[in-house]
Design a protein around this ligand. Structure first.
Ligand SMILES: Cc1cc2nc3c(=O)[nH]c(=O)nc-3n(C[C@H](O)[C@H](O)[C@H](O)COP(=O)(O)O)c2cc1C
Length: 197
């Protein structure tokens, strides 16, 4: 069984990234309770190296799809997502959503014919994962309409992933002296989700 970790923890804090701390809390607990699972990671560098689609790239992808060339490299990330048994996405709350590199990743995984397809009744997800977990941390407190959480909840549904969970560690920049205190319950929640997954 395979867990796919989409690591978009781009941070000026490096290893001290609070978002990365959430991911570590989840993954450590998960690995303890699922010792036989493999973890496959999409690194921040890999995400940052992705180029957004322009018209020519869309035409090229469409041409490959039209002949069923699903093993082409442009579908690699979509095939990887489709095959994962569990998906964990970690990204900081930037500009009311998340870093642009993660948005570009979404263009690659949203491949009609790989991760979802259409028929007369609408859109159907084709991914194997039973759960997608979204982990994020923000300077301000969480708001119900928080775009990153909403977007990943909807993406999970589109990909056919039935369960969606998230952790939002909020208010971390309101008073730097209290950041650790505010982060602690979110770390505990991430660990609980990983252990009980
Ligand atoms: C480019 C950038 C944009 C940000 N935008 C927001 C924002 O819109 N809302 C918010 O609450 N915090 C925002 N923040 C603060 C971060 O979400 C917060 O510091 C978060 O904990 C960073 O995670 P990290 O420790 O993993 O880097 C922003 C930070 C950066 C660097």
């Amino acid at each position: 069984m395979k867990l796919l970790f989409v690591n978009c923890c781009i941070s000026q804090r490096g290893e001290a990234s609070r978002t990365l701390a959430l991911a570590k809390a989840y993954l450590e607990a998960f690995s303890k309770s699922h010792p036989d699972w493999q973890v496959e990671t999409v690194s921040p560098e890999a995400l940052l190296a992705l180029r957004p689609f322009d018209a020519a790239a869309l035409d090229a992808r469409q041409a490959l799809a039209s002949v069923g060339a699903w093993d082409a490299p442009v579908f690699d990330l979509a095939r990887q997502l489709r095959a994962a048994d569990r998906i964990v996405v970690a990204a900081p709350f930037w500009d009311l959503s998340y870093p642009a590199a993660l948005r570009t990743y979404i263009e690659y995984i949203s491949a009609n014919g790989v991760t979802y397809h259409y028929d007369a009744h609408g859109c159907h997800g084709d991914c194997a994962a039973e759960e997608l977990v979204y982990l994020t941390s923000g300077g301000d407190v969480e708001r119900p309409e928080s775009a990153g959480v909403l977007h990943w909840r909807q993406l999970a549904a589109m990909f056919g992933v039935r369960r969606f969970s998230y952790v939002f560690a909020g208010g971390l920049d309101l008073d730097p002296a209290l950041a650790g205190e505010r982060l602690a319950p979110a770390l505990a929640e991430a660990g609980r989700l990983g252990a009980e997954a």
